[in-house]
Each structure stands twice: as structure tokens, then as C-alpha cells.
Design a binder for this molecule. Sequence first.
Ligand SMILES: [Zn+2]
Ligand SMILES: [Zn+2]
Length: 84
Amino acid sequence: MSVNEEKIACPKCSWEPDGHAYWTCSCGISWNTFETYGKCPGCGKIWRDTQCPECAKWSPHVDWYVDLPAIELEKVEKATIAQT
Ligand SMILES: [Zn+2]
Ligand SMILES: [Zn+2]
């Protein structure tokens, strides 16, 4: 299992990520975006919107975290940026 114990689901169709690397960055890297809170491990680009592999619709990354208040993710994002 990944480090994320939070409930994560597509806001549009309720599809739940299963840990596979469905997302591809413009730099060519494929990864599981929910392990990095939307940040590409290759080039460091932060994807604020996340596309659902199931319904192909885009939603803000924060909207995928069902139980997590948006303000919490803002803190995580800032911490992620500070590390680079
Ligand atoms: Zn969906
Ligand atoms: Zn990238």
C-alpha cells in the first residue's frame, strides 16, 4: 500500500486509485500522482488538476481527497515545494 491512508476518489465518478501509475507528465514520466500530491517526480511540475483514468474528466487535485480538508493539502503542497 502507499503512504496515503486517506480516502481518495474521483469527484466525478467515484473511481478510486489503485496505486498504479496512470498519470503521465509532459516530461514523459509516468507515476501515481497520489503518492506525490500531484507533483511529477521527474521534473517537479505540480499538477493542480488531476485527470481520472476511468471517466477522463479533470478535477482539482484537492477534490480527490474525500476526508482531507483543502487547507491540509495546501500545507503539504507548501512543504513539498520547500523541499526542492
Ligand atoms: Zn472519474
Ligand atoms: Zn514531469
